[in-house]
Design a protein around this ligand. Sequence first.
Ligand SMILES: [Zn+2]
Length: 113
Amino acid sequence: METIFLKKLKKKLETHKRQVEKELKKLAQIEKKALQSSTEAGTAKVEAEIEETEEFYNISGVQESLSKKLKEINLALKKIKSGKYGICEKCKKEIEKERLNILPEARSCRKCK
Ligand SMILES: [Zn+2]
């Protein structure tokens, strides 16, 4: 793989990583606030509690997918460092450039995804 292309993808991954980390931080703050307000409310209406719980689960769901994304980004960055980037984990062939351009953290080629 050409160095220029690799550098471009690395930059993309790093930007994406920062965004995901920022997003996760924000969610953690919302979660903290939600927990605080539910304790403060104490004997609030059951209905309101249910609503809050739903919101809470929503946040955990988003957090989970963001954490997963962050792991994939880190893995891709590690692979760039070790020179193993862009190889499909299943068929061991090179992943299509177009695919990497759209999804730099891709671990498999278009056929194996
Ligand atoms: Zn493959």
